[in-house]
Design a binder for this molecule. Structure first.
Ligand SMILES: Nc1ncnc2c1ncn2[C@@H]1O[C@H](COP(=O)(O)OP(=O)(O)O)[C@@H](O)[C@H]1O
Ligand SMILES: CC(C)(COP(=O)(O)O)[C@@H](O)C(=O)NCCC(=O)O
Ligand SMILES: [K+]
Length: 279
């Protein structure tokens, strides 16, 4: 079995993948922390022959995790943000400072679609662009839904953000605190994603397939106007592409990859931007 680990600021996600058949056997998530109990927090390591890790948690979390895993597993691969990989050039001035989860998402998106906008809706919402040809432009970082909610300190932190609206419908002005907060945060996130996507496509003169991942991808997806796909395993896709271990991976196939969404014409995006400027 291959153990894939995606350690985020809030949740650490894991999955077990069969090295022979490439099938996903099990998956789970636990709060990110320094101590793992194999067999409880993460699967029993007896069945694991290789581990692949993407981590944006504090250095100590990764160091302890790797030390623990290396005691039992020979093959431990830790992903790093590089200046260049798999045909993509990292747009950061200091490439190593780009969050490795963003880098994994960009590499997976490029391998799937050959140029994309990748959006990761987790503790933070990150929006990254990679052009056809492989130039990563850099991106945008804003607080995630839960962080925005907690920062308001209005006692609504444990209420799910889940506006009952259709994609093209404005969540109504809230008439209770919870509703006002939820609808406000939802609007902040989806407006930012819609606007950033359109503005960068306009600036670069290209429309790009839009891919969403992260714990809040489904919620944000409901407000995203342009065609897009949700790919929950996008970070794992980057790990598969960087460290291919199975036959399918070596052939370039990433588990759970969606069909590439067909982007709308650039004129349509420009018309939408021009219309919103007029208001
Ligand atoms: N069951 C859940 N437990 C915790 N957070 C959840 C859950 N379902 C959705 N979320 C949302 O997902 C976010 C975490 O998403 P994730 O992509 O795992 O973040 P990160 O990679 O930053 O740890 C939380 O901030 C929260 O808004
Ligand atoms: C921006 C992030 C905090 C997002 O992390 P996440 O929400 O997935 O936990 C992470 O990618 C990170 O720590 N990045 C380093 C800074 C940067 O990318 O510029
Ligand atoms: K994120």
């Amino acid at each position: 079995m291959i153990l894939d680990l995606d350690i985020g600021n809030t949740l650490s996600k894991w999955r077990l993948k069969d090295a022979e058949s490439s099938e996903i056997r099990s998956r789970g998530a636990v709060w990110t922390r320094e101590e793992w109990r194999p067999g409880a927090d993460i699967p029993d390591l007896d069945v694991v022959e290789a581990v692949r890790i993407s981590s944006v948690a504090r250095k100590a979390v990764l160091a302890r995790t790797v030390a623990l895993l290396r005691r039992q597993v020979r093959d431990v691969h830790v992903a790093r943000s590089e200046p260049e990989a798999l045909g993509v050039s990292n747009g950061y001035r200091e490439p190593g400072r780009l969050g490795v989860d963003r880098w994994m998402g960009v590499l997976a998106g490029y391998q799937l679609a050959g140029g994309c906008c990748s959006v990761d809706c987790g503790s933070a919402i990150t929006v990254d662009f990679v052009l056809p040809g492989g130039r990563h432009l850099g991106g945008y970082i804003l607080p995630g839904l839960r962080l925005m909610k907690e920062s308001l300190k209005l006692g609504t932190r444990n209420v799910a953000i889940d506006p009952d609206s259709e994609a093209d419908e404005l969540p109504a002005p809230g008439v209770r605190t919870v509703e006002a907060v939820n609808h406000g945060i939802y609007m902040a996130a989806v407006s930012a994603v819609n606007r950033i996507y359109s503005e960068v496509c306009d600036r670069e003169g290209v429309t790009l397939p839009l891919l969403l991942t992260g714990g809040d991808a489904r919620v944000v997806s409901r407000g995203v106007e342009v065609p897009h796909a949700v790919w929950p395993d996008m970070v794992y896709g980057g790990l598969e592409a960087c460290f291919p271990l199975t036959a399918a991976e070596r052939a370039g196939r990433m588990a759970g990859a969606p069909a590439v969404p067909e982007p709308v014409a650039l004129e349509k995006i420009r018309a939408g931007l021009a219309f919103s400027m007029l208001l």
